[in-house]
Design a protein around this ligand. Structure first.
Ligand SMILES: CC(C)(COP(=O)(O)OP(=O)(O)OC[C@H]1O[C@@H](n2cnc3c(N)ncnc32)[C@H](O)[C@@H]1OP(=O)(O)O)[C@@H](O)C(=O)NCCC(=O)NCCS
Length: 169
């Protein structure tokens, strides 16, 4: 169900921005397995999409195939990005940038002032992406990730009142 009928070309690929629904769960499970060492289960995905506070969005190709997704949530005064992933074959074409910008816009529209997320400290690509949006490292959670080997999470935050928008380069 495309909420805004928003199809844009990203490096020659045209993807529709969609709201995630239970029908997407099998594709989400496949992408989670392709993208994460500790993938979310189908039950966890269904629960997270169904929450009224969720921001659950994706990008679909011209055949309706899900190529990227973001699941976040709105709490009282802050937002969290819970998961963000892009099909390995569609990376570095702006998919994550587009989804993250959309989620931050939704948060800002709802009056949310701070956005938080956790990221593996070895995940240089994701950290670079978040820093481009103005996220800053706010802390560390020791051994937050148990697999494939224990690893710390960096806690990153963005003040949406001062968010400059995505800075390229
Ligand atoms: C991290 C991830 C979501 C990025 O998705 P993406 O669609 O490729 O990101 P974008 O194309 O929007 O990248 C925007 C910018 O972020 C940075 N970036 C993204 N991936 C990068 C990488 N692997 N290495 C270095 N910088 C990277 C670059 O600056 C990039 O701009 P550029 O391509 O013009 O150089 C994707 O690699 C992914 O799904 N990884 C596995 C799951 C994951 O780690 N999720 C994040 C969990 S916190």
């Amino acid at each position: 169900m495309p909420p805004e009928n928003d199809a844009r070309s990203l490096n020659g690929n045209t993807f529709d921005l969609i709201r995630l629904a239970p029908d997407h769960v099998p594709e989400l499970v496949a992408l989670e397995r392709a993208c994460f060492a500790t993938p979310w289960s189908a039950a966890a995905l269904i629960g997270s999409i169904a929450r009224p506070i969720s921001v659950a969005i994706g990008l679909a190709d011209k055949n309706g195939k899900l190529v990227a997704y973001l699941i976040g949530r709105r709490e009282d005064e802050h937002g969290d990005i819970d998961t963000l992933a892009v099909d390995p074959s569609k990376r570095r074409s702006g998919c994550a940038t587009r989804l993250l910008q959309k989620a931050l816009d939704v948060f800002a529209d709802r009056g949310i002032v701070m956005c938080w997320l956790e990221v593996r400290e070895s995940n240089v690509g994701a950290i670079t992406l978040y820093k481009h949006f103005g996220f800053e490292i706010a802390g560390r959670r020791r051994n937050y990730y148990p697999r494939p080997q224990r690893e710390d999470a960096l806690v990153m935050s963005l003040n949406l009142n001062t968010e400059p928008g995505h800075q390229s380069g």
